[in-house]
Design a protein around this ligand. Structure first.
Ligand code: NAD
Ligand code: ZN
Length: 250
């Protein structure tokens, strides 16, 4: 049997499917990933570390400037065939969860209920106060930033306001990590989609699935470090492959 037919039959057999998605599932929606040669964002600028963000107002302002410069790409992006194929499995009652490293909200936009999406790296479509947790909408913050030339602190508690993403150097969100662990334990099919599997501890979940004896499939254009332990590897384009595998036209 060829790889795509194998994936199809595994999808048909499974009733607790867990997807583990990375930036690669959203490139077909026009959001660049980090590591693809040539187009990846890191060929252009270095990420800002959490400790540096906390330590300096000018670093925070630089981070907000980048955010507002790039925000239109993420905020206008729409889910693509890959997101829609996963949403179709959810409607059929066969999805246990999507564990995502993405921060773009596109799984929710494709119709997945909030409780089916486990965000390991947070969400870039809003911001919160790091101390009191108050939620801020980006439009409102952008107005303040443009008027004052700097990002003011939280008016409720004077804490620092940050997008609701997890930066390098910032602690992983405990609740999301434990939900991801539980979903991985429950899975009868674990499918990695569009991740280079180089960011830890996130990439530990497919490893865990494999060690628990769950079928592990990896769908990614390039090789990943976990290809050797996967039960099925597809170096294919995501949208058309997933759409075909779940019986939707891409
Ligand atoms: P990554 O950039 O390290 O890897 C993406 C992988 O997807 C690459 O190996 C690439 O070959 C593959 N890919 C890209 N487009 C594809 C396509 N159409 N079909 C098949 N494969 C394709 O991404 P990562 O592993 O998610 O790690 C990067 C980190 O960056 C994550 O922590 C995430 O939080 C963050 N990030 C998120 C977004 C987003 O939310 N959309 C975008 C950029 C970065
Ligand atoms: Zn506050």
């Amino acid at each position: 049997m060829d790889a795509i037919s194998t994936l199809q039959s595994w999808l048909d057999d499974a009733s607790n499917i867990v997807f583990f998605t990375g930036a690669g599932i959203s490139t077909e929606s026009g959001i660049p990933d980090f590591r693809s040669p040539g187009t990846g964002l890191w060929t252009k600028m270095k990420p800002i570390m959490f400790q540096d963000f906390l330590a300096s107002q000018s670093v925070r302002d630089e981070s907000w400037r980048r955010k507002f410069d790039n925000n239109s790409t993420i905020s206008s992006a729409q889910p693509n065939a890959g997101h829609n194929a996963i949403a179709e499995l959810s409607r059929a009652g066969r999805l246990r969860a999507v564990i995502t490293q993405n921060i773009d909200n596109l799984h929710q936009d494709s119709g997945l209920p909030d409780d089916a999406v486990i965000e390991l790296h947070g969400n870039a479509s809003y911001a919160t106060c790091l101390d009191c947790g108050h939620r801020f909408e980006l439009d409102e913050l952008e107005g303040r930033f443009q008027r004052q030339g700097t990002m003011p602190d939280c008016e409720h508690c004077t804490g620092i306001i940050k997008t609701a993403t997890i930066s390098f150097g910032q602690a992983m969100p405990e609740q999301a990590m434990s939900r991801a662990q539980q979903a991985t334990t429950d899975a009868d099919l674990f499918i990695v989609v569009g991740s280079s599997l180089t960011v830890q501890p996130a990439a530990g979940f497919p490893e865990l699935a494999h060690h628990l004896g769950c079928r592990l499939a990896i769908l990614n254009r390039e090789e990943t470090p976990l290809d050797p332990i996967a039960d099925l590897v597809l170096h294919e384009e995501i949208g058309q492959t997933l759409a075909f595998a779940v019986g939707l036209n891409a």
